[in-house]
Write a protein that binds this ligand. Sequence first.
Ligand SMILES: C[S@@+](CC[C@H](N)C(=O)[O-])C[C@H]1O[C@@H](n2cnc3c(N)ncnc32)[C@H](O)[C@@H]1O
Length: 211
Amino acid sequence: MGILKTIFNNTAEPRGFWGRLMARGMNSGHARQAIWGIGLMDIPAGARILDVGCGGGGNIARLLERDASCHVTGLDHSSVSVAESRALNANAVESGSCDVVQGGVQDLASLFPPASFDVVTAFETIYFWPDVQGCFRRVHDVLAPGGSLYVVNEEAVDTSSAHRWEGLIDGMSVYEPEDIVRMLRDAGFEDVSRTDETRRNWLCVRARRLR
Ligand SMILES: C[S@@+](CC[C@H](N)C(=O)[O-])C[C@H]1O[C@@H](n2cnc3c(N)ncnc32)[C@H](O)[C@@H]1O
């Protein structure tokens, strides 16, 4: 259990050698689900996008591939994730269409002014956020009116298989889809809808800030 825990804790915060491997592995391991999620997103031309928990930066690259007129900011509390994301997206960082910031989602209010983003994405990360509903509120506040948060999770429509990870990864919490929807509404989002890919057990929740 010891070595497994050491390795899997890198999903919550990649660190050191195993963390680098995990960040790179997640770029490929989560690719199909991320492509599905990005395909559901309504992203206006020139959107300012924040990808929270950006990991190895694969989804930053996919978002920029989808529309090069957008600007994507990656945010992650792990210095390994930040370094990997910057390296993978070096051209975009160089050209000014991408920034990667080290910090926790719980500290969004001190990292970015209110209404800084049109779209916020959260792929495979909310399980690790402290006080997830408080973090949803922080995300709400950095979204501009009319903006959307997208939460994309796997093993997430039927969560029965996902709970095994809670024993392997410190601080992980698996949420039921209806609880995610409720917490988003309670955090101030006005228009919350979900798309279930039941065959693959993927969930995408969209939450809009209307005013
Ligand atoms: C399972 S990985 C997912 C990475 C990437 N989004 C993907 O889908 O491949 C979770 C990421 O969220 C980050 N993370 C976890 N809690 C965080 C927090 N409170 N604030 C910012 N990043 C966080 C981790 O460091 C890790 O890089």
